[in-house]
Each structure stands twice: as structure tokens, then as C-alpha cells.
Design a protein around this ligand. Structure first.
Ligand code: FES
Length: 105
């Protein structure tokens, strides 16, 4: 699927993400090195650090937040209405065209 991701410098990237590798969006961002190493995915995708926070433009493509995600976001910085933890979003074909911006560190 094709995703549009705006990095922390404001640069827009159009990237291809595989739906058959069990990846989540945080891992995609990491594998394309869209942010410096060590600044995303600090907790390893356990919804415990918020380093993978993103702002989602087309939220209607996503499922509801799970409880862990909701709780972590309630404690995180820079949270907006459309904040999500990208480690809690599996890459699936439903997400074709998803647009998101990586939140500040
Ligand atoms: Fe830690 Fe997503 S990687 S909350």
C-alpha cells in the first residue's frame, strides 16, 4: 500500500509498505529511516513510550484505539485530537492512502 508520511522536518514522503509482513506503521517509519535512529519505537512497540506518536489526516481508515494506546496518549506530550500511536496500527490493505505526520519528539 502507499502511505504519505510527513517527517519531523516537515518533508513529505510517499512510501510503499507491505501488508504481508506483519509490520506496524512505526516499523515502516523506522525501516525507511524517516526519523533519526533511536527516536521512534523506543519501547519496541508496546504502547509504553509514545515516541511513535503520529497525527493522522484520514482517521476514518483506522480502527478505534485500544485501551493501551488510549492510556499512553492520555499521558503523552503534543497530543492532538488525531493523535495515534503508530506502533498500534498494523499495516493492512484498508490503509491504502493513509496520510500521517510524525509528532515532535
Ligand atoms: Fe512505544 Fe509506540 S513504540 S508507544
Amino acid at each position: 500500500i502507499t502511505l504519505t508520511i510527513i517527517d519531523r522536518e516537515g518533508v513529505k514522503h510517499s512510501i510503499e509498505a507491505p501488508t504481508d509482513m506483519g509490520m506496524n506503521i512505526m516499523e515502516v517509519i523506522r525501516s525507511y529511516e524517516l526519523v533519526p535512529e533511536g527516536t521512534i519505537g523506543v519501547c519496541g512497540g508496546m504502547a509504553m513510550c509514545a515516541s511513535c506518536q503520529c497525527y493522522i489526516s484520514n482517521e476514518e481508515l483506522l480502527n478505534e484505539k485500544n485501551l493501551d494506546e488510549d492510556m499512553m496518549l492520555s499521558e503523552a506530550f503534543y497530543v492532538k485530537d488525531n493523535s495515534r500511536l503508530s506502533c498500534q496500527i498494523p499495516v493492512t490493505s484498508e490503509l491504502e492512502g493513509l496520510q500521517l505526520e510524525i509528532a515532535p519528539q
